[in-house]
Write a protein that binds this ligand. Structure first.
Ligand SMILES: Nc1ncnc2c1ncn2[C@@H]1O[C@H](COP(=O)(O)OP(=O)(O)OP(=O)(O)O)[C@@H](O)[C@H]1O
Ligand SMILES: [Mg+2]
Length: 222
């Protein structure tokens, strides 16, 4: 089954055309790495895949259903229930502690508080943050924030995980921890699209999509 389908996607901002006609399918269970030079349009494409930004032209289908970008309620429903995001900038809530930041999306969807808490503990532990659950966001490092953002993206067990440079700030040990988790959840069925600059990480996915200048330059299965 196709999780995501982009058809003739173009995006312009002012005079500049950032995406110049992208046709891409992502099937259930895939692990896709998106690579390409800075400014090639990787993040812009990911925002559209995550229904966070509206294309100027073209169509997006999510689980076979054509997306109506003017229906905000429906858009946020799909996003909250089905999609986990890890952004280049992680947008954590500084006034809350790690545990609360991770629990929040689950509470929003109506998960019981004790269950959300238990899951959040487990995810933080798996990401090497065990023991730091009670700290505030401003009391941890940038790399730790990145991992809290990953835990937050995973708590609702999304069917699609979109990650923009998820290991961007991390040392090699924590990069490996994140990649291990991604491979684990992918093996359990989560579809992943991950933007990365690092080819060695791209090679741990199952498919590499290379972008250049707002277009898909190559698309190969590993
Ligand atoms: N809101 C915006 N307004 C104007 N131009 C934008 C905006 N967002 C992105 N761009 C431009 O669109 C192009 C693609 O940007 P995008 O962020 O998608 O690139 P990227 O491949 O993710 O780069 P990086 O690897 O540096 O994150 C760039 O030329 C960028 O300057
Ligand atoms: Mg980017």
């Amino acid at each position: 089954m196709k999780v995501l389908e982009l058809k003739g996607i173009k995006k312009s901002i002012g005079q500049e055309q950032i995406l110049k006609g992208i046709d891409l399918h992502v099937s259930m269970g895939e692990f896709v790495a998106v690579v390409g030079a800075s400014g090639s349009g990787k993040s812009s494409m990911l925002y559209i895949m995550g229904l966070l930004d509206k294309p100027t032209e073209g169509e997006v289908f999510f689980e076979g259903e054509k997306i109506d970008f003017s229906n905000d309620v429906k858009l946020s429903q799909i996003r909250n229930k089905k999609i986990g995001f890890v952004f280049q900038f992680h947008y954590l809530l500084p006034e809350f502690n790690l545990l609360e930041n991770v629990m929040l999306p689950a509470i929003k969807l109506g998960m019981r508080k004790d269950e959300a808490k238990e899951r959040a503990y487990e995810l933080l532990k798996a990401l090497g943050l065990g023991g730091k659950e009670g700290r505030k966001i401003y009391q941890i490092s940038g790399g730790e924030m990145q991992r809290v953002a990953i835990a937050r993206a995973l708590i609702n067990e999304p069917s699609l995980l979109l990650a923009d440079e998820p290991t961007g700030n991390l040392d090699s040990k924590n990069t490996q921890a994140v990649m291990n988790i991604f491979q684990e959840i992918n093996a359990k069925g989560t579809t992943i699209v991950m933007v990365t600059h690092e080819m060695d990480l791209a090679f741990r996915s199952k498919r590499i999509v290379e972008m250049r200048d707002g277009q898909v330059l190559s698309d190969r299965l590993l």
